[in-house]
Write a protein that binds this ligand. Structure first.
Ligand code: ATP
Ligand code: MG
Length: 193
C-alpha cells in the first residue's frame, strides 16, 4: 500500500498528472472534484448541495467532504489495498487530520505529497482555456479568482504541515506534461525505496 496526495492550486495539473500516476503505478485514483461533479450530473441530493458551493468557488464543508471521501474508500476495499492517489483532498487542516486518522485505522499513511508549483498567471490561463473547452461551470474569471483566494487562505497552509512531517515533495508544475511527470516519478521512487 502506497498512498500519494497530489497537491496544488486549481489548474496546477493534479488531474492530468494523476492519469500518468495511475498508468505508471496502477494505483486507485480518488478525485474529490470528479466525485462531486458525478453527483451533480446524476442530480443527487448531494449534487444539489455541492453545486451551490462549487459554482461560488467555495469548498464543500469539511464534515460532509470527509464523509464522502470515507464512503469512496469503504466502497473500494480491494482497490484501496494497492494504494490511493488522493487528488483534491485534503484541502483544509481539518481534512488533513481526518485523512491521517482514516488511513491509520486502515493501517496506512500518507507516504508522499506531490506539490505542483505553477505561477498564478499560468493557472488563470489554463483554467480559462479549460472553461472554454470543457464548459466547467466554475472555470470562469469570477469563480477562478474566488477559488485562488480559497486556495491561498485554506489550502496552501497544508504545505507547511506536510513539509514538517517530512513527506512533501515540491515539483515544478510548468513545462511539458512528460517532463513534469519525470520529476514526480523521481520523487515517488525516492520515497518507495
Ligand atoms: P485541478 O484543476 O488541479 O484538478 P480544481 O481545483 O480546478 O483542481 P477540483 O479538484 O475538481 O478542481 O475541485 C472543484 C471544486 O470541488 C472545488 O472548487 C470545491 O468547490 C470542490 N471540492 C473538491 N475537493 C474538495 C475538498 N477536498 N473539500 C472541499 N471542496 C472540494
Ligand atoms: Mg481536477
Amino acid at each position: 500500500m502506497f498512498n500519494i496526495v497530489i497537491f496544488g492550486a486549481p489548474g496546477s495539473g493534479k488531474g492530468t498528472q494523476s492519469e500518468y500516476l495511475i498508468n505508471h503505478y496502477g494505483l486507485f485514483h480518488i478525485s474529490t472534484g470528479d466525485v462531486l461533479r458525478d453527483h451533480i450530473k446524476r442530480g443527487t441530493e448531494l449534487g444539489k448541495i455541492a453545486s451551490s458551493y462549487i459554482n461560488d468557488g467555495k469548498l464543500i464543508p469539511d464534515e460532509l467532504m470527509i464523509c464522502i471521501l470515507e464512503n469512496v474508500l469503504d466502497e473500494h476495499p480491494e482497490e484501496e489495498k494497492k494504494g490511493v492517489i488522493f487528488d483534491g483532498f485534503p484541502r483544509t487542516t481539518e481534512q488533513a487530520k481526518a485523512l491521517k486518522e482514516m488511513l491509520e485505522r486502515r493501517g496506512g499513511k500518507v507516504d508522499v505529497v506531490i506539490g505542483l508549483d505553477v505561477p498564478e498567471a499560468e493557472l488563470i490561463d489554463r483554467l480559462i482555456k479549460r472553461g472554454k473547452e470543457s464548459g466547467r461551470s466554475d472555470d470562469n474569471m469570477e469563480t477562478i479568482k474566488k477559488r485562488l483566494e480559497v486556495y491561498h487562505n485554506q489550502t496552501s497552509p497544508l504545505r507547511d504541515h506536510y513539509v514538517a512531517e517530512g513527506v512533501y515533495a515540491a515539483i515544478n508544475g510548468t513545462g511539458s506534461i512528460e517532463s513534469i511527470f519525470d520529476s514526480i516519478k523521481a520523487a515517488v521512487d525516492n520515497c518507495r525505496k
